[in-house]
Design a binder for this molecule. Structure first.
Ligand SMILES: N[C@@H](CCC(=O)N[C@@H](CS)C(=O)NCC(=O)O)C(=O)O
Length: 242
């Protein structure tokens, strides 16, 4: 475990985000953790991050569950990216809104479920082998065993048809592509949590894979670049491709 980035001068007050790391401490690849990074930057909150690996469950045991992201804000511990986003919105109402109001919050929930259930299934077929290649040695066995059980195939078999997986991704992204032909962000003129929810998947890909997922003139690619441009300096220095 190591702590990096954004050290601030308020001991005990800094928000801490526990994130998944690959072989290197600064390869952060979890799509869920990326949602929260974007959310914290959107809220203009200072934070520090703690790198945590799949097999370092002891590091986040205090949260009472075994997944990242985990956010610690003073004496408050919150896990699950959606719960964290809602917590930040409720706790910091004077900062820029992540949802644009209660109706926006309810609509954002759809993007979470769509990303988790549809978008991520397309991405994982493209990324599972690359994720494995970028893991710390101590995580490789755990990842292979747990994912192969989940997929019912070896990682290599599961990822063997990337042309087909890319086609599937293109199909899943079609409604988003059409939306982004007529507006800059899912949230309209400026991004909201729904944008970060979808963008988390692209950050996941970017941190482990060199594969070109989108044509350069694709409205989704242009949207992705706009969001990348908004990343804070610390996040943009993390290890990634392209
Ligand atoms: N619904 C949760 C999902 C979190 C999740 O699945 N995190 C993954 C990292 S991407 C994890 O910690 N996995 C631990 C494991 O597989 O052992 C959220 O939105 O935060």
């Amino acid at each position: 475990m190591s702590r990096v980035e954004c050290a601030v001068d308020l001991p005990g007050m800094t928000i801490k985000l526990y994130e998944l790391a690959g072989a290197e401490d600064d390869r952060r690849f979890s799509p869920y953790c990326w949602r929260i990074r974007f959310a914290l930057e959107h809220k203009q909150l200072e934070f520090e991050t703690v790198a945590c690996r799949f097999t370092e469950k002891d590091v986040i045991a205090f949260s009472g569950q075994d997944k990242v992201p985990v956010l610690v804000d003073g004496d408050k511990v919150v896990s699950d990216s959606w719960a964290i986003a809602c917590y930040l919105e409720q706790t910091y109402p004077d900062r820029p809104s992540l949802f644009g109001g209660p109706a926006g919050q309810a609509l954002s929930r759809f993007y979470v479920d769509w990303a988790d259930m549809a978008l991520h299934s397309a991405f994982i077929r493209l990324l599972a082998s690359d994720i494995h290649a970028h893991l710390h040695e101590k995580d490789k066995g755990y990842f292979r065993e747990s994912r192969e059980k989940r997929f019912g195939a070896t990682l290599e078999e599961f990822c063997s048809d990337s042309a087909r997986a890319l086609q599937e991704l293109k199909r899943i992204l079609a409604p988003l592509r059409r939306t982004l032909q007529s507006q800059l962000y899912v949230g309209g003129d400026a991004p909201l949590y729904a944008d970060y929810t979808v963008m988390g998947a692209f950050m996941w890909a970017r941190s482990v894979s060199q594969m070109a997922l989108l044509e350069p003139n694709d409205p989704v690619a242009l949207w992705r670049s706009r969001l990348l441009d908004r990343l804070g300096e610390d996040a943009s220095r993390l290890k990634a491709y392209g």
